[in-house]
Design a protein around this ligand. Structure first.
Ligand code: SIN
Length: 463
């Protein structure tokens, strides 16, 4: 029996497409094809791989508007953000098109005159990726581009909610001449495909962006075949506001960090930790700006906050807000909803909560929604303790113009990404990734190609 995933517009609940689910045999075959094509693709010279990646990026840019519209339709994010994400996605391809040509080896001085030692870097093999719905283009290219640049072949399973953007991007890769089996997509249930990927002898590496529990399961399942793993998992970012911070800058950067993609990013500020002497002024300023954010269908002009992705996401956000309110949080703005279970759309209005404490769920669990909880601190050491108190270590932000406070925070925050007076630190040129239970490995920048390479050394003797 042929199965289809229904892809619905989260802003209206309306069906936009039905995507055929691959059978398990088809997925096995795709893995075998990816494995076989590695022999050829890994031998394509680096300059040619680079040229093909550039062509892919240009082709995506040619169709930027069309791709952005598909993204907004399936994900709900405002069109301006989808256009921005297409640029973000191609920036990874552009970056790794260059890095393809810079995969250097080295020589090591031997311990005797009769030997020479050469270290070379080789692509790891077939890479299997599982990508999330919150950035359906950029999270795919952030993995595919370094994999292909390194000479690996690549297979991706996009999220069930947002497969259309990925399908389009893979088709464009084929159009520009990247071989069909060098980059493939498969459609299927997350758990089933995850098990096939992790147990397959053809796959040498798993790369995943998504929740920490799923990441842990993938790591465990990858152990039997000793696969390499890159895991970009959950976050619960603190944003610390010191007493001396420029509050207008902070409000602006907090809104960028917190409300991008309706708060559905792994790096968004989830716990706003404010010095007690400025919390009144800051919360009033923040609430005044948050009130102005326009909620609506992402295709409508001026929309700044789209719907949340689905009922599961919506329920979690509402429960966190309710739990906080029940335990004494004050709602400065928001705690309003426009949701229709029958029709299948779920909007959460941007919400600011004051008088939050660490016993509330919202301070312990990742939120993935447009909610900004504010908690106060007295001493900077207390702010750090609150910030480091969860198992997550992806992103953290702090605002201060005092270099001693800034240096202290930089050195004590246990996070892979730290923004100092900066609410938007992401980019293709930087090593994105988390500490603790937020992940393993880095994506982007110089570090982002490393996970796709093996190291081999040659020792020549008897010279
Ligand atoms: C994410 O939320 O997983 C990615 C966000 C980013 O790349 O900035």
């Amino acid at each position: 029996m042929t199965n289809y995933f229904k892809v619905n517009n989260p802003a209206t609940g309306k069906l936009i497409s039905e995507v055929r689910v691959n059978t398990l045999d088809e997925i096995q075959q795709a893995l075998e094809n990816g494995h076989d094509s590695f022999k050829k693709w890994s031998k394509v010279n680096a300059h040619e791989r680079s040229r093909l990646l550039r062509k892919w990026s240009d082709k995506i840019q040619e169709q930027k508007e069309e791709i952005a519209e598909v993204m907004t339709l399936e994900n709900g994010k405002p069109l301006s953000e989808s256009l921005g994400e297409v640029d973000y996605a191609t920036s990874y391809i552009d970056w790794y098109a260059e890095e393809a040509k810079r995969i250097y080896g080295r020589t090591i001085p031997a311990a005797t005159e009769t030997k020479r030692i050469i270290v070379s870097r080789e692509p790891i093999g077939l890479v299997a990726a599982i990508t999330p719905w919150n950035f359906p283009a950029a999270m795919m290219t952030r993995k595919a581009a370094p994999a292909l640049a390194a000479g690996c072949t690549f297979i991706v399973k996009p999220a069930e909610d947002t497969p259309l953007t990925t399908i389009k991007l893979v088709e464009l890769a084929h159009e520009v001449g990247i071989p069909k089996d060098a980059i493939q997509y498969v459609i299927g249930d997350g758990k089933e495909v995850g098990e096939l990927f992790t147990s397959s002898e053809f796959v040498r590496k798993i790369t995943f962006t998504g929740s920490t529990p799923v990441g842990k399961a993938l790591i465990k399942n990858s152990a039997d075949t000793v696969k390499h793993v890159t895991m970009e998992l959950g976050g619960h970012a603190p944003l610390i506001i010191a007493e001396d911070a420029d509050l207008d800058v902070v409000v602006n950067q907090t809104i960028i960090s917190k409300f991008r993609n309706a708060g559905q990013t792994c790096v968004c500020a989830n716990r706003i930790i404010v010095h007690e002497n400025v919390i009144e002024e800051f919360s009033a300023k923040l609430a005044a700006e948050v009130m102005k954010l326009k909620v609506g269908n992402g295709l409508e002009k001026d929309t700044q906050i789209g719907p949340v992705i689905n009922e599961k996401g919506y329920t979690k956000i509402v429960e966190q807000i309710q739990d906080a309110v029940d335990k004494g949080a004050e709602v400065l703005v928001g705690n309003e909803y426009d949701a229709n279970k029958e029709k299948g759309y779920f909007f959460v209005y941007p919400t600011v909560l004051k008088n939050v404490n660490e016993d509330m769920k919202i301070m312990q669990e990742e939120t993935f929604g447009p909610v900004a909880p504010l908690i106060s601190f007295k001493e900077i050491e207390d702010a750090v303790e609150i910030a480091n108190s969860t198992p997550y270590g992806l992103a953290a932000y702090f605002f201060t113009n005092d270099y001693k406070t800034g240096t202290y925070l930089h050195e004590h925050l246990q996070f892979g990404i730290v923004g100092w007076n900066d609410g938007a630190p992401s980019g293709a040129h930087v090593p994105f990734g988390g500490m603790k239970e937020s992940g393993i490995g880095r994506e982007g920048g110089l570090e982002g190609i490393e996970p796709y390479l093996e190291t081999k050394y040659l020792s020549i003797g008897n010279l």
